[in-house]
Every structure is written in structure tokens, then in C-alpha cells.
Ligand binder design. Structure first.
Ligand SMILES: C/C=C/C(=O)SCCNC(=O)CCNC(=O)[C@H](O)C(C)(C)COP(=O)(O)OP(=O)(O)OC[C@H]1O[C@@H](n2cnc3c(N)ncnc32)[C@H](O)[C@@H]1OP(=O)(O)O
Length: 238
């Protein structure tokens, strides 16, 4: 796996190719129940896209190819059949925040920092930046994308960008607790839930409810629920 820890895990073509391949492998593995996506080195989750690489982009085709390669990673995360938890330490900037937004659950340390500095290096924020208004609303997205000031983890949590913020020393335990909670769900139900939530994003309410009915109908044919529900019915009361 491409190692860019010294440069804040910034993404460039070799890093993106490795990460997409890793998510494609995960998607094929029926045994995987949950993924934790973290940076290396503690200074950053992902410090953004590689500015040296982007500075050399000159033609529209080159620009399209590079931005599409970042989108491919976000799409691989969103298409990953199991929940992806982002473990966010240090900087999560630009393309890094888009990758984090593509994950299902975000847990950060209280010293983590978040921002979309693209306009400060002469490009607009695009692709999965379009998820941000759904997470934090339009005004806060405008603040991040246009004022382009970084924000701290507490503000990011208050805005709805993060699901949990913990002390640095507690991030491992917080991630473990979230993983354990996900493992309490049954494997097929969790996969069905993620697939359903992805469909919900694309559909009006009536369509979202209909695909939910289809998903429930399919779920009871797996038999997974029978064991869990029977255990509940037969549980011993103190
Ligand atoms: C389509 C998507 C586009 C985007 O993602 S645009 C957003 C790109 N990201 C940014 O604009 C952030 C740029 N980085 C910074 O401003 C600073 O970094 C930080 C404030 C995040 C951290 O500062 P400090 O702790 O002092 O670290 P350091 O010495 O700047 O970085 C360590 C090494 O990493 C290289 N590096 C950091 N970010 C990038 C980047 N995005 N592209 C290329 N190199 C980067 C540096 O240059 C340096 O390397 P060396 O030690 O060789 O000088």
C-alpha cells in the first residue's frame, strides 16, 4: 500500500489506485462485517489532494481524469457493502473531507481539524463536497467552501459533520465500541441497511419507502431474524 504518512497522507494517483483496489477487495469478501478507515501517523486522516500533482495539471482531460479518480474512491466507499467508519485524527482537508463524508460514521479526536481549502489553491470544491449540504446544511457548507477556514472537531460535531468527538487517548476505544455495536447487528441486516440508505439518498420519500418494503420482504427470507427473535422471545427474565 502506498505510504504518504510524512506528507499527511495526501492522495495522488498511486495512493488513490491502492485505496480503490482495497475497497474493491473488501466488497468481494463476504466475511467482512465493518471497515475502519484511518490515516497513518496521527498527523492527518488525509491532508487533501497532492498539490504538486495538481499544479502540473494543464488540460481539461487531465483535470477530469484526476478529479474522477478521487470520486472513484468516494464511490467505492459508498458502494462498500458494509459500514465504513472514518477514524479522524489531525487534519482532514479538501479531498480528505470528501472521503470522510463518503464514510458512514465519523469519529474524531478533539484536536482534529477540518476544512475545504480548495479555493485558496485556485480550484473549486467539487465531487463529494456535494454531500456536505446534506450533513451540515447549505450555509455551513458555504462557510467551509467559500470562506474556506478550517474548523475544530467540537464545531464540526455541533454542525453535524461528526458523529462523535473524543480525547486523543480514547479514539481507539471509541472506534472499538462503534465496531462492537455494529457487530451486534446481524450480517445480512447490516448489509441490507447500508444498501437501503444509499438508495434513500437518491429517491423521493415515496420511492424510499417502497424500496424499504422490498428490502424488508427480502430480509425475512434469509432466516437471519428467526434466531435473534426466538432468542428474544425465550429470554430469561431476572
Ligand atoms: C480535488 C481536491 C483538492 C484538494 O484536496 S485541495 C486541498 C489541498 N490541501 C491543502 O491545501 C492543505 C495544504 N497543507 C497545509 O496547509 C499544511 O500542510 C497543514 C496546515 C495542513 C499542515 O502544516 P504542517 O503541520 O506544518 O505540515 P507541513 O510541513 O506543511 O506538511 C508536511 C509535508 O507534507 C507536505 N504537504 C502537506 N499537504 C500537502 C498537499 N496537499 N500537497 C502536497 N504536499 C503537501 C508539505 O509540503 C510537507 O512536505 P515537506 O516536508 O517535503 O516540505
Amino acid at each position: 500500500m502506498y505510504d504518504n504518512a510524512r506528507r499527511l497522507n495526501i492522495v495522488n494517483p498511486p495512493a488513490l489506485a491502492d485505496l480503490v483496489r482495497a475497497f474493491e477487495d473488501i466488497a468481494r469478501d463476504e466475511q467482512v462485517r465493518v471497515v475502519v478507515f484511518s490515516g497513518v501517523g496521527g498527523k492527518a486522516f488525509i491532508g487533501g489532494a497532492d498539490i504538486k500533482h495538481m499544479a502540473a495539471l494543464k488540460t481539461a482531460d487531465e483535470g477530469r481524469a484526476f478529479i474522477t479518480s478521487i470520486h472513484k474512491l468516494c464511490q467505492a466507499i459508498r458502494d462498500c457493502p458494509v459500514p465504513v467508519i472514518a477514524r479522524l485524527e489531525g487534519y482532514t482537508l479538501g479531498a480528505g473531507l470528501e472521503v470522510a463524508a463518503a464514510c458512514d460514521i465519523r469519529i474524531a479526536t478533539e484536536s482534529a481539524a477540518f476544512g475545504m481549502p480548495e479555493v485558496r489553491v485556485g480550484i473549486p470544491s467539487v465531487i463529494e463536497a456535494a454531500l456536505l449540504p446534506r450533513l451540515i446544511g447549505w450555509g455551513r457548507t458555504s462557510w467551509l467552501l467559500m470562506a474556506a477556514e478550517n474548523i475544530g472537531a467540537r464545531k464540526a460535531e455541533e454542525w453535524g459533520l461528526l458523529e462523535q468527538v473524543v480525547k486523543t487517548a480514547e479514539i481507539g476505544a471509541a472506534i472499538d465500541r462503534c465496531v462492537q455495536s455494529i457487530l451486534e447487528g446481524t450480517p445480512k441486516a447490516i448489509r441490507a441497511q447500508k444498501a437501503l440508505m444509499r438508495r434513500w439518498e437518491e429517491l423521493p420519500l415515496s420511492g424510499a419507502i417502497q424500496v424499504g418494503i422490498d428490502s424488508f420482504a427480502q430480509s425475512v427470507t434469509t432466516g437471519e431474524h428467526t434466531e435473534k427473535m426466538t432468542a428474544f422471545i425465550n429470554r430469561k427474565r431476572g
